[in-house]
Design a protein around this ligand. Structure first.
Ligand SMILES: *Cc1c(COP(=O)(O)O)cnc(C)c1O
Length: 387
């Protein structure tokens, strides 16, 4: 079975990991700050805070912005569950803003309408909006940034798909229009640390707060202590934090992988161009790429026109799996998950997200995929569509 995603591990990655295993520090050593600096430099952001997952980084990002009970956080319904769960961990309420079906990203028009309606009804406005850069293409951050200024919300970019992508020529993660940007280094993503994530920001106070909460809310810095430092052994817990630390083993893998980030993205771009070319005469719809966005091409999604043909996507999906193509579906709309249904969401709430979901199939895409794999996948897709 050709998988839909796969990591790229080279001998130099293995050496980097083995070097850490032979060193003094498996965790809390020099590799984590080195990886944080390297990612922050790549993005043109001031600070990086590495974590054991993007989920943890999203949680820390929400906490550092003061999200708590009584607050409202909005995100896209077409994302992985972590984009919304991070707000729930803080006791906040979640709501969704429908997608733009052309890009599958949160629709700035729907966002603007929903904000206007909330304000007109004297309703609650979101404290934080979490745009998700679906499949690696940046959301329309300039529009979302304008709305943030008008309505006073903060922005966390969920860039789990989008390290190596660009928006208005700047790397995603420069945080020009946001407070914090979060990346994931799970093996299916653009680059990997096994498990891992990072929050980048230009705000030193937010970085400081995320660092503290990442490690139990404990400090060894006498400057930050509430009581008098009692000696060299002394530390203080000044907040209720977690153990969300990344290990040095993971960070070393990240530093090594980061050197190939541009090569990964350019390889993905070539494969996508190849897919696009091979699919010109195949009756599927592709996402629109906006001129100001250079995607990192995390996912290659095709939509199977299914109007009046219910279940067609499922038949095509099953046929591809039977033919050894490890297709997937990204994502089941979050508001349709039982957990979110129990919070009051229902079928019909976000029509574009639901229509997209009925038609979407993710085809395999990763750097090691070969052109003849693409030819075989597109041939199998064509035959599945005919039957
Ligand atoms: C993968 C993913 C996450 C979670 O990443 P982890 O590192 O696995 O915690 C969050 N949001 C999106 C959009 C993702 O794709």
């Amino acid at each position: 079975m050709i998988p839909y995603a796969r990591q790229d591990i080279q001998p130099e990655d293995i050496e980097a990991v083995v070097d850490v295993l032979r060193s003094d520090y498996l965790t809390q050593g020099p590799m984590v700050p080195r990886f944080e600096q390297a990612v922050a430099d790549y993005c043109g952001a001031a600070h990086g805070v590495a974590t054991n997952s993007a989920t943890s980084a999203l949680h820390l990002a929400c906490l550092s912005l003061g999200v708590g009970p009584g607050d409202l956080v909005w995100t896209s319904p077409i994302t992985f569950v972590a984009s919304a769960n991070c707000a729930r961990y803080c006791g906040a309420e979640v709501d969704f803003v429908d997608i733009d079906p052309a890009t599958v990203n949160i629709s700035p028009e729907r966002l603007s309408e929903k904000l206007e309606q909330a304000r007109a009804a004297g309703g609650r406005l979101p404290k934080v909006v979490i745009p998700v850069h679906f499949a690696g293409q940046s959301c329309d951050m300039a529009s979302i940034g304008r709305l943030a200024a008008e309505y006073g919300f903060r922005i966390i970019e969920d860039a789990s798909h989008a390290i190596g992508a660009r928006y208005q020529r700047a790397p995603v993660g420069s945080c020009r229009y946001s407070d914090i940007t979060v990346f994931s280094f799970h093996p299916v993503k653009i680059l990997t640390t096994g498990e891992g994530g990072m929050a980048v920001t230009n705000d030193e106070a937010l970085a400081e707060r995320m660092r503290s909460l990442r490690s139990h809310g404990v400090t060894r810095d006498p400057e930050r202590m509430v009581l008098d430092c009692e000696g060299a052994w002394y530390y203080e817990q000044i907040d209720l934090g977690f153990n969300y630390r990344m290990t040095d083993i993971q960070a070393a893998l990240g530093v090594s992988q980061l050197k190939r980030l541009d090569a990964f993205v350019s390889r993905r771009r070539d494969l996508v161009a190849h897919y696009d070319e091979m699919l010109v005469d195949v009756p599927v719809c592709l996402s629109r790429m906006l001129p100001q966005s250079e995607s990192s091409h995390h996912l290659y999604v095709v939509r199977i026109p299914s109007e009046g043909r219910p279940g067609r996507r499922t038949r095509v999906f099953d046929s591809l799996r039977e033919q050894g193509v490890g297709v997937n579906v990204h994502y089941i709309p979050l508001h349709l998950q039982p957990y979110y249904r129990n919070l009051g969401f229902a079928t019909g709430d976000f029509a574009e997200a639901e229509r997209y979901y009925r038609e979407a199939i993710t085809l395999p895409l990763y750097p090691r995929l070969r052109p003849d794999d693409l030819a075989s996948i597109t041939r199998k897709l064509s035959s599945a569509l005919r039957s």
